[in-house]
Design a binder for this molecule. Structure first.
Ligand code: CO
Length: 139
């Protein structure tokens, strides 16, 4: 069902400074920078590598304000890993199968994610404390 590790989502307070850190530490390049008002984040996808099932990225997330999911995460936990995103070929089928296995779905239906992808989040309490995202790349 899972085709690849699509990205690791990392919460940060200062997106531009954190992009510069990943560029200088690892030589990564920015694939996209977007503001997602629905999720209350300004985010950057930095390309890590290409694999047979598609590319993998680091996703840097800066909240647009304190009263957002990532803003509250930073307040509680500080900067660090926020979620893990796995690639799937068919997100609707994957959600049905995962939901049937008893894992709670934060998103019953896919919504719009970075770079035109369809995404959905799964409940961290049912996955060992890891907020988990499914990603279907645009066709
Ligand atoms: Co993500």
């Amino acid at each position: 069902m899972l085709t690849r590790l699509d990205h690791v989502g990392i919460a940060c307070r200062h997106l531009d400074a954190t992009i510069a850190l990943y560029e200088s530490a690892f030589g990564l390049t920015v694939a996209s920078i977007e503001v997602n008002d629905a999720q209350g984040v300004r985010e950057a996808m930095l390309h890590v590598a290409d694999g047979p099932a598609g590319a993998s990225y680091v996703q840097l997330l800066e909240p647009t304000g304190p009263d957002t999911p990532v803003g509250r995460f930073l307040e509680r936990r500080g900067e660090g890993i926020h979620h893990v995103g796995y690639g799937v070929a068919n997100i609707t089928a994957a959600l049905a199968s995962i939901g049937a296995s008893g894992i709670r779905l934060i998103d019953e239906r896919p919504r719009h994610g970075s770079m035109g992808a369809s995404i959905a989040f799964l409940h961290p309490a049912d996955l060992g404390g890891v907020l988990t995202e499914l990603v279907q790349a645009p066709q």
